[in-house]
Design a protein around this ligand. Structure first.
Ligand code: SF4
Ligand code: SF4
Length: 291
């Protein structure tokens, strides 16, 4: 089973939930940190890194001797990553590849009628794997200045072990990296905070997750009397509130020291187990409905 943890807004405590949920389940769990632009689950898990593999993106390289400047590659590229300048009387033709815009989809090389495009590899980051005493761990680290997070996220997700419960710490927001991280999940936990910004971004996140047809629930972090607007929205949308974590100085202190709070507060371990039981039940019901 794959459970992703996402949030429309950054800084809501998404990593805290991912780490503490994973540690509460402990056995047969893997934690994949797909927030590749700023992975920080490892700061809490402190895994022993045992594997490190560079990640590459295939980008086109054009053989100008074979190229007929037909423009097909430019036509098929959905990302404007390739431009064709046809030859003129006084100038040779040119095919320009903008590597930083290329998503490595392979369409141009596949459809080039002259077989003039080969793929070369561009390094975009690294995938690190490891373990702690209780779980398997992996994360991606995107190179500084690199924009192509989704291909690296896909490489981290290749490590999903179907025999384990996989917890995915997704990037914040609702754009391509989040969609790539959450895609294929059996359940998505959306972490929010009861502020106008938090609610606004939760609404966007719920819309995206519903479109992806992934069952979801909400965790309200820094919960308090102002929760009622979030509660009203969740009720209207039929999204269950799975847990509330009050604003608590002690939790903030543990966070600042890189200590997962379930290690100090056993009652939270039980609460996370309850969330997992709820998700497992929902998963079984959904699997039954698909049969
Ligand atoms: S599709 Fe191939 S032949 Fe046509 S312009 Fe592009 S590289 Fe050249
Ligand atoms: S590989 Fe895809 S994204 Fe990259 S230049 Fe070719 S068509 Fe465009």
């Amino acid at each position: 089973m794959v459970i992703s943890i996402a949030s429309g807004k950054g800084g809501t405590g998404k990593t805290t939930i991912a780490v503490n949920l994973a540690l509460s389940l402990a056995e047969n769990v893997q934690l994949l940190d797909c927030d590749v632009e700023e992975p920080n689950s490892h700061l809490f898990i402190k895994p022993r890194i045992t594997g490190r593999k560079k990640a590459y993106l295939p980008v086109p390289s054009v053989d100008k001797d074979k190229c007929t400047f037909c423009g097909k590659c430019k036509e098929v590229c959905a990302y404007n990553a390739i431009a064709v300048v046809p030859p003129s009387e006084d100038k040779k033709g040119e095919v320009l590849v903008f590597e930083n815009l290329c998503h490595g989809c392979g369409a141009c090389s596949l459809l080039c009628p002259a077989g003039a495009i080969e793929e070369t590899e561009r390094e975009i980051g690294v995938v690190e794997t490891g373990e702690s005493s209780v779980l398997d761990f992996a994360h991606g680290r995107l190179n500084i200045g690199e924009a192509m997070a989704p291909p690296l996220i896909r490489q981290v997700k290749k490590l999903i072990n179907p025999g384990k419960v996989t917890i995915i710490d997704s990037p914040p927001g609702t754009s391509c990296p989040v969609i790539t991280s959450v895609k294929g999940s059996d359940f998505c936990i959306l972490v929010t905070e009861p502020t106008p910004f938090g609610l606004n971004d939760l609404i966007l996140a719920v819309e995206v997750i519903k479109k992806m047809r992934i069952p979801a629930g909400v965790v309200i972090n820094r919960s308090g009397p102002q929760d009622y607007k979030t509660d009203q929205y969740c009720k209207k949308e039929g999204v269950p509130v799975l847990m509330r974590i009050p604003f608590d100085k002690e939790l903030a202190f543990l966070y600042s020291r890189g200590v997962p709070f379930v290690e100090e507060k056993a009652n939270y371990r039980e609460k996370f187990k309850d969330i997992f039981d709820f998700i497992s039940k929902s998963y079984e019901e959904n699997s039954g409905n698909k049969r």
